[in-house]
Design a protein around this ligand. Structure first.
Ligand code: TRP
Ligand code: ZN
Length: 912
């Protein structure tokens, strides 16, 4: 009986059930061909799917064929062209079951869908009048009934018919086969993708789009057409994405020996998108925020994000598409590896050190929080309720760190041999994380037996390190203990195998030493790679000429928390004398953290002599650092200006919160403010000098360019500006006003706006408000710039933020169904305005939970992601923790919870 609920179908089943890795079974049927026909009309779309099915002889298959489907209206089912009576199949809100079909047959299914009312942005939907799709992970089942799982690979053909006037451009995966006119002012196009792929890589686009075209000649001499499709008003924002794409194609040939396979590579920019971008075969679909880049409208940060995301999606063509995932538990197989690949690419294109600092900074704040919270999971999870909830920092960023550790253990050459073997062995297949590890082992001869625990154990390992100096023998002994806290479902952990890179540092730089342990390898330049495998290990470094400071976990060689009792002067020495940029930055963060910790236990930074002394010492160090870069004619480029900016920046709230077991957010905020005020007073004059010199130097470089060196100079200049505007010196206000008024690029304009909006001086308020208004008038037609405008205001920690956010929710520029807008304003407030989000009265939590409840049925993926700050409730002191818990409970009590939100709230509340 064709009992199909149509229209507003309830999202999620009433009882959300978990799926387990241990239950994995190969598919009962294969789909050799998938021939699709889409008839697009504004009020409904008809999908005609012809599936060439074949029973999987290798498994003891169930007799019935069970296809997944959601929010579909089933019209008809035919087997080998014969329409089936409705009693020969069963259909409910998530499945179509065909009883005992033949071993080989063609199944034709006609369904109707309603893209215009699809706000979930999964399946086929309308974004600003343009049809587009998002099928990863399980969106294809919202298009037609299918074996919607990544281990079913099929050759797809797609015929699209639509109105010629409204939708002149019709795109799908692969190559254009043919096109023509149809009746009633309609036209059609047929696309063929010769490469077998799972349904999650399917894509379709129909719209009135403009296009920028270029080409790339591959190593073997094939010409590939590169096309970027955007709205015509955005044609002037495509150059950077195009250049990034060409750079990525070349880089993948050089570094991984991977060549592109189709004759065409397309990118389409859409404004309504749940994530950054999607690697659909030959037809990537991108959030506009990850493609469009123009100096006037996008910041340096946005330029770098575009470069990274374009490369990420391109790299997926091999790590994801040619070799895909067997099941969604293997998600990190493609995501961790691809993030590792895009990070290496970005490091090669820009400042490698700063890229590392940025990545580590994200990992240590947000990923560590996730790994220590109720949603903690290994990079290869064992179960999920809703797979969309597992597109996490753990899968992506920690997953990339795990690949990076393999790279360190094996070395670049053997790692490359391993990746070659992996791609060759599994090309055209759906693989597992285990397949990847085995390929690495086979190609290198390296035993990754114990290393595999990174795939199965969740939680952030903790290293407790101690050093002992024997002056007489010139010997430094390093002892490291490792442990890992319990995580949901995993009480006991076994020791991990990890690379710990160390060096011994003195005033003169890195000291020469020897170490005769089998688990220590001397690298070039007096660095050692230690292999930590036991719960406790020690190493002796001999032949040292003077007492060293230990430089541990260089380059952040493993994703762990490192405890080591550094004396303040040791940290200053590392900032000054180490040659590892990550360590220098980390040392400044640790120093600031120590100040905050001492402030909280009574050694106040302003009121106590010892506290003042300690701040002064840091200020002196930073001041020297800035002075070294200042030279007669401008900033000396041998002093990485971007790294300097990172070193002088104070630690983020997200990082600080991670360092306390029980967080008193308002006490931390007070400490950070004291530090900010004291440091900016002390550094004022050197920062004004730096600011002026950098400004002049940039001016002399001429027109804006997103080149690494220029980006670095702007970064340091604007970091100085932010500092200066917090120094309570009203004579400095004009610096930001002038910069805003004269800016010829968005990096400078928005930095100045942000500095003004966050300036604590009373007489800054009018100047700030005036420019907030002018900024909107200038950019109201640029959607992405308006998003920045929303975020700058939402993130301002001046009193009254909640009221400002509520007012902006009613602003004409705001659209509460557009994820970019919701993220800019709501997530901007909840994640970048920590003190006001955690307001004593719980009003911040109230706002967030209301938005989550509103979005729950409209866009479950967005609702669930937005919710994440509340999942950290147990880390906070009362009353914060109770108020956060109550907000979660309020969400949990809501009717019709989506599986997405249900999973996150219930797991967060259970773990109490
Ligand atoms: N595979 C995409 C990427 O990493 C991720 C992605 C894009 C996604 N859109 C999504 C995942 C929607 C889940 C839902 O590049
Ligand atoms: Zn990806």
């Amino acid at each position: 009986m064709a009992d199909v609920t149509s229209g507003a179908v309830a999202v999620g089943s009433p009882v959300s059930q978990a799926t387990y890795l241990k239950d994995y079974r190969p598919p009962d049927f294969f789909i050799d061909r998938t021939d699709l026909e889409f008839d697009l009309f504004n009020d409904k779309t008809t999908v005609n799917a012809h599936l060439t099915l074949r029973r999987n002889a290798a498994v003891d298959a169930a007799p019935d064929l069970i296809l997944a489907g959601e929010n579909l209206h089933l019209v008809s089912v035919a087997i080998n062209n014969i329409i089936q009576p409705t009693d020969s199949y069963q259909v409910n809100h998530q499945q179509l079951v065909i009883a005992s079909p033949p071993d080989q047959f063609i199944l034709s299914i006609v369904t109707e869908i309603d893209p215009a009312n699809n706000l979930s942005l999964e399946g086929l939907y309308l974004s600003d009048g343009m049809y587009c799709t998002q099928c990863e992970a399980q969106g294809f089942r919202r298009i037609t009934y299918y074996l919607d799982r990544p281990d079913v690979l099929s050759v797809f053909t797609t015929k699209i018919t639509a109105d010629l006037g409204q939708y002149p451009v019709l795109l799908s995966n692969g190559n254009l086969d043919s096109q023509g006119l149809a009746d009633d002012g309609r036209h059609w196009a047929k696309w063929i993708d010769p490469f077998k792929k799972p349904a999650y890589l399917f894509a379709l686009v129909a719209g009135d789009l403009a296009m920028v075209e270029d080409s790339f000649t591959t190593v073997s001499g094939r010409q590939v057409a590169l096309k970027i499709y955007v709205e015509s008003k955005d044609l002037n924002k495509c150059d950077h994405a195009m250049q990034s794409l060409k750079n990525a194609m070349q880089w993948d040939e050089k570094v991984y020996g991977r060549e592109y396979d189709l004759d065409l590579y397309m990118i389409v920019a859409v404004d309504f998108f749940n994530m950054g971008a999607m690697e659909n075969k030959g037809l990537n679909i991108f959030n506009t925020s990850c493609v469009l880049a123009n100096p006037l409208t996008q910041t340096d940060m946005a330029f770098q994000r575009v470069e990274a995301v374009v490369a990420h999606e391109y790299f997926h063509n091999w790590s994801g598409n040619r070799v895909t995932c067997r099941d969604w538990f293997q998600l990190s197989l493609k995501e961790g590896f691809t993030v590792f690949r895009d990070a290496s690419f970005s490091a090669d294109m820009n400042s490698a050190t700063v890229k590392r600092v940025e990545d580590v900074s994200l990992l240590r704040s947000a990923q560590f929080a996730e790994d220590g919270g109720p949603m903690s999971h290994p990079i290869r999870p064992e179960s999920y309720i809703e797979i969309s909830n597992f597109y996490t920092l753990t899968i992506y960023e920690k997953g990339a760190e795990v690949i990076r550790m393999m790279h360190q253990f094996l070395g670049a050459d053997k790692f490359r041999a391993g990746s070659d073997l992996y791609f060759d062995r599994h090309d055209g297949e759906a693989a597992t994380c285990e397949d990847f590890i085995v390929a690495m082992e086979n190609a290198s001869g390296y035993d990754l037996g114990q290393f595999r625990r990174w795939y199965s154990q969740a939680g952030t390992p903790v290293l407790d390190a101690e050093g002992d100096w024997d002056q007489q023998r010139g010997c430094y002994t390093l002892k490291i203990q490792q442990s890992c806290p319990a995580t949901p479902g995993q009480d006991q952990k076994l020791p991990f195998s990890m690379p710990v890179k160390v060096a011994l540092v003195a005033d003169s730089g890195l000291l020469a030493a020897s170490c005769n342990s089998l688990s220590a390898q001397l690298l070039d330049g007096n660095e050692f790679l230690l292999s930590l495998t036991d719960s406790e290990q020690q190493w002796q470094f001999t032949g040292l000429s003077e007492k060293p400071v230990a430089s541990l976990l260089r380059g952040f060689s493993a994703p762990v928390k490192l405890n080591f009792h550094y004396q303040p002067q040791d940290l200053l020495q590392l900032i000054d004398a180490d040659n590892d940029g990550f360590i220098r930055w980390d040392a400044s963060q640790r120093y600031a953290l120590q100040l905050v910790q001492k402030h909280l236990t009574g050694e106040q930074m302003i009121d106590s002599a010892a506290g003042q002394q300690a701040v002064k010492a840091l200020g002196l160090s930073l001041s020297q650092l800035l002075q070294q870069g200042l030279s007669g004619r401008g900033w000396d480029l041998s002093f990485d200006a971007a790294l300097t900016a990172e070193i002088i920046r104070l630690p983020s709230y997200a990082y600080l919160i991670e360092q306390f077991d029980s967080v008193d957010i308002h006490a931390i905020s007070e400490a950070i403010e004291c530090l900010q005020i004291s440091l900016s007073a002390q550094l004022k004059s050197v920062m004004v000098d730096c600011y002026q010199q950098l400004r002049q130097q940039l001016e002399s470089l001429g027109e804006y360019q997103p080149l690494a060196d220029h980006v670095a100079l702007r970064s340091l200049k604007n970091t100085c500006l932010a500092f200066l505007l917090r120094s309570l010196d009203s004579s400095l206000l004009h610096l930001a006003e002038t910069q805003f008024d004269l800016a010829n690029n968005m990096t400078d304009q928005s930095s100045a706006l942000s500095a003004l909006v966050n300036c604590p001086l009373e007489n800054a308020e009018a100047a700030a408000q005036q420019r907030v208004d002018r900024f909107y008038q200038q950019w109201s037609s640029e959607s992405l710039v308006v998003n920045q405008w929303l975020t700058v205001q939402a993130a301002s920690d001046k009193p009254g933020a909640l009221g400002r956010v509520r007012a902006l929710m009613d602003h004409e520029a705001y659209d509460n169904t557009n994820p970019n807008k919701v993220r800019a304003l709501i997530a901007g407030f909840c994640m970048r305005n920590i003190t006001q989000f955690h307001a004593q009265d719980g009003s911040g939590y109230e706002l967030l939970s209301s938005e989550v409840i509103r979005l729950n049925t409209l866009n479950p993926q967005l609702a669930s992601r937005l919710l994440s700050p509340l999942t950290q409730w147990q880390r906070f002191k009362t009353p914060q923790s109770e108020l956060m818990q109550a907000s979660l409970q309020r969400i949990a009590d809501t009717e019709n919870l989506s599986a997405d939100v249900f999973e996150v709230v219930t797991k967060s509340l259970v773990a109490s």
